[in-house]
Ligand binder design. Sequence first.
Ligand code: EPZ
Length: 418
Amino acid sequence: MAEIIVNGGNRLSGEIAVQGAKNSVLPVLAGAVLCDGECIIHNCPNLSDVGTSIKILRGFGARVKYQNNTVTVDCRSINNYKIDDNLMREMRSSVVFLGGILGRMRRAVISSPGGCELGPRPIDLHLSALKKLGVLIEEEHGFLNCNAENGIIGSEIHLTFPSVGATENIILTAATAKGVTVIHNAAREPEISDLADFLNSAGARIYGSGSDTVYIHGVERLHGTTHTIIPDRIVAATYMSAAAVTGGKFVLTHIMPSHMVALLHAFRESGCDISVKGKSLTITAPKQILRIPTVRSLVYPAFPTDAGPLVISMLTLAEGTSVFVENIFENRFRYINELNRLGASIKTEGKVAVIEGVKSLSGARCVCPDLRGGAALVVASLAANGESQITNISHINRGYDNITGVLQNVGADIKIKE
Ligand code: EPZ
């Protein structure tokens, strides 16, 4: 099993071009299923989750090519509406393909997505919304058999929680429905707007994305289009925390600062100097990281749950004690024990983590429990004295395109040992 080896202690500096957003590529590829023509999607990072999505598309019968961060997909030859059970298990977020294949084939068969490392990942909000749109859903033997052959009918939907995935699945299903669909209490994440922009460029009529009320006027068909994926705000936060913990200075390019307001506030509160210019920012670490009294993860535009592990990793070296409250996922702290193996002093109680700053961290052997927890271990190891070995790195490969190469280029002593 490959592992990442880090010899910490280097002060990192340099320029990093931030990759495209994983959580935008996935729904946009699902949207391509709706299009009666070739879709060219630029700025797609080279991730295992993108690879899994391409396998799902090919399983439908689509023709897909991936070259130089561009995915070219043609769904005109689609002839299947089942998502392979193994692929569903490989990537829990493949549930977002449900809306795309339903919208195109009016049928879909998927296995009930299990939980994941972050805890149970229910899809009750997705399913109740699809039923309101006229989709008949039968659950048997762990499979969901969805049938919309009587048509998809626009409807008013109120989400009891602004679920990102449910909002995306409703938009994908309603894009070619009869009539208008309104989503109340929709998720407002930038990835929702990127999906809407992609679909509108293919002929859809979606209004209000990015706000809590989204209107989808169903259209007959969608055509091929070209689209560029937005930058990954969580990967940007990851590299910002790497600069902070190593007393470094980074220029991050190809970012969207307007997607990162809550993140920039948190890093500034920890004493980092951040100057923003167009689609770039320069972050300079403070001599001593300051504690942040309380950080709370909430839905966008508040502080994002996915960046929690990265900011906690940074706060392990802060002067004083910080508190992080995780309000989105039940089981987001599995990496904390691994951070403590590196010398951090963190206690968790339910959804609260209390991070007591320490003077230094020391290298250790750690196991990645999930994607962002794994990234947090890499960040902490960059500051730890001595060598760290980080295993189970397939989690990291799901969301980071060549993280070791990127960090080597800014001075980190980091490599992959096969
Ligand atoms: C998306 O997951 C992201 N994944 C997650 O990123 C991100 O953490 C999350 O949104 C929140 O921002 C992708 O976009 C592929 P939710 P999603 O539906 O859609 C509960 C990463 O690290 N819920 O907004 O699954 C759910 O259990 C990943 O890149 C229901 O109860 O998030 C959770 O507690 C991790 N019923 C909360 O809502 C439902 O039907 C947030 O879920 C759906 C969700």
